[in-house]
Design a protein around this ligand. Structure first.
Ligand code: PHE
Length: 464
């Protein structure tokens, strides 16, 4: 282990990249991305998303990498050390702890749904069903007071099991096993999907931009999606970067992680939209139900004459979702668990178990908000929507903004340069561009979008 502190880090560079990519690649790519693309009009949304990915999310992810790796211990220590001892920055270490609980609690609910769908696919439970039956089934399942909770429990148990095994034996090994399988599945599914009748309609939707559909809200959604997809703003990858070795090239390897994430999102689009368009009359803007209602129905209809293919296609797709969800939920649990493991000097399994149990309770509330607790609202939102709002619309932009301010304005430039260039051993010609983005472009952009979201932007513009 090339780590110069006594904590276990990722054993290999590949393992570190795959673990970070595992955190990034998740339901955000295979479920949320096609949903957002579908409801925001297709190719034009994707272009704006890509722009935000390159200009905002990726630089902030690299910033999180730099901060985490600088301390090599934990997020609090990293912030304090990098600030040159300014004490209160260590409280940034609480961001991943709090957001870890929030994000895992609701993410694991949907992750649990993917387990149910993989199970149904496995027992050939979709065979012979048609159109509206899938909608009814999904509605009945997601609002059931018990079934989703059982899958939530399973999902959290799997996540707990991996995190409890540790950084190398659990997180790194899990990523090294699951990520390659995920790539193979996704590649096979893309090829199959592109061979469907009228696949070209789906391709046109994905590739031919129609800018008349772009509004301010589109930009907002695109930024939110880029942040969520790269796990940026919650100091999640900052937590992982504490385990990075000193030979990782933060810019180049960060680029690899962002590329893998983007590729998986685009490939998910290539699976889903040709499939949807292969059935006349189906629309790509079905929203969140696209993956749980529209797709299983599509699989049955297009492969109706070939039951074995329908079976395999469905099973692979839902297993893909499960693995993507799991590699992300692991990183969410790690964010909170490692804090208690270190702070309270309890073992890693104890800390992971404690956090998982709390998430089970909070997740139960989120899950029930689709059924019997539908009418229990806080600020007009059910628990699931509330948690999603707090994480994606609140903590992520604020966390991303603070990370930029910290690295761009608080940290001594020499310290930053030394971290990014691995103490001067790498050239990093893109360093000035990175610094400019972190110092000026990203904070201004986030602030504008955030104010806009709160409805304050118009008020301020109105003042001038
Ligand atoms: N990036 C993950 C996804 O695409 C979600 C995630 C968000 C993971 C925040 C960790 C932290 O599904």
């Amino acid at each position: 282990m090339a780590n110069n502190t006594n904590q276990a880090g990722f054993a290999s560079k590949l393992g570190a990249i795959l673990a970070a990519a595992g955190s990034a690649v998740g339901l955000g790519n295979v479920w949320r991305f096609p949903t957002e693309t579908g409801t925001n009009g297709g190719a034009a949304f994707i272009l704006i998303y890509l722009l935000f990915m390159v200009l905002l999310a990726m630089p902030i992810m690299i910033a999180e990498f730099a901060i985490g790796r600088h301390g090599q211990k934990n997020v609090s220590y990293s912030f304090e050390k990098m600030s040159g001892g300014k004490k209160w920055w260590k409280y940034m270490g609480l961001v991943p702890v709090v957001s870890g609980f929030l994000v895992l609690s609701y993410y694991a609910v949907v992750a649990g749904w993917t387990l149910e769908y993989a199970f149904q696919a496995g027992i050939n439970g979709f065979a012979g069903k048609m159109g509206t039956q899938f909608a009814d089934d999904f509605q009945a399942f997601s609002s059931d007071p018990l079934k989703p909770l059982i899958w939530l429990f399973f999902m959290l148990s799997l996540t707990f099991g991996i995190v409890a095994m540790g950084v190398q034996k659990g997180i790194e090994r899990g990523a090294k096993i699951m990520m390659p399988i995920l790539f193979i599945f996704i590649a096979v599914l893309v090829v199959c999907s592109l061979m469907l009748p009228d696949a070209s309609l789906g391709l046109t939707f994905l590739l031919k931009p129609d800018f008349s559909k772009v509004t301010g809200a589109t930009a907002l959604s695109a930024m939110g999606q880029a942040f969520f997809s790269l796990s940026v703003g919650l100091c999640c990858l900052c937590t992982y970067a504490c385990y990075f070795r000193k030979d990782i090239d933060l810019i180049k390897d960060g680029f690899s992680v962002a590329s893998i994430d983007t590729l998986v999102a685009l490939m998910s689009g290539l699976i889903i939209f040709p499939a949807v368009y292969s059935i006349p009359g189906l629309q790509p803007d079905a929203g969140p139900s696209l993956v749980f209602i529209t797709l299983p129905s599509v699989f049955q209809q297009v492969f109706g004459g070939m039951p074995a293919v329908a079976y395999l296609f469905s099973l692979m797709f839902y297993l893909l979702l499960v693995m993507a969800a799991l590699t992300s939920s692991i990183s969410m649990l790690e964010m909170s668990a490692v804090y208690f493991h270190k702070k309270w000097k309890i073992t890693r399994p104890q800390a992971s178990l404690g956090v998982s149990l709390v998430c089970l309770v909070l997740g139960t509330a989120c899950s029930l908000s689709f059924g019997i607790w539908k009418d229990v609202t806080v600020f007009g939102m059910g628990f699931f929507d509330l948690f999603d709002f707090l994480v994606a619309k609140f903590i992520m932009p604020i966390g991303g903004f603070l990370t930029c301010i910290f690295l761009g304005w608080v940290v001594d430039e020499k310290v930053l340069r030394s971290e990014i260039t691995n103490e001067g051993t790498l050239k990093q010609p893109l360093y000035p561009v990175f610094r400019f983005i972190i110092r000026y472009f990203a904070p201004v952009c986030i602030l504008m979008i955030f104010l806009n979201e709160l409805g304050l932007f118009k008020v301020i513009v109105g003042l001038f």
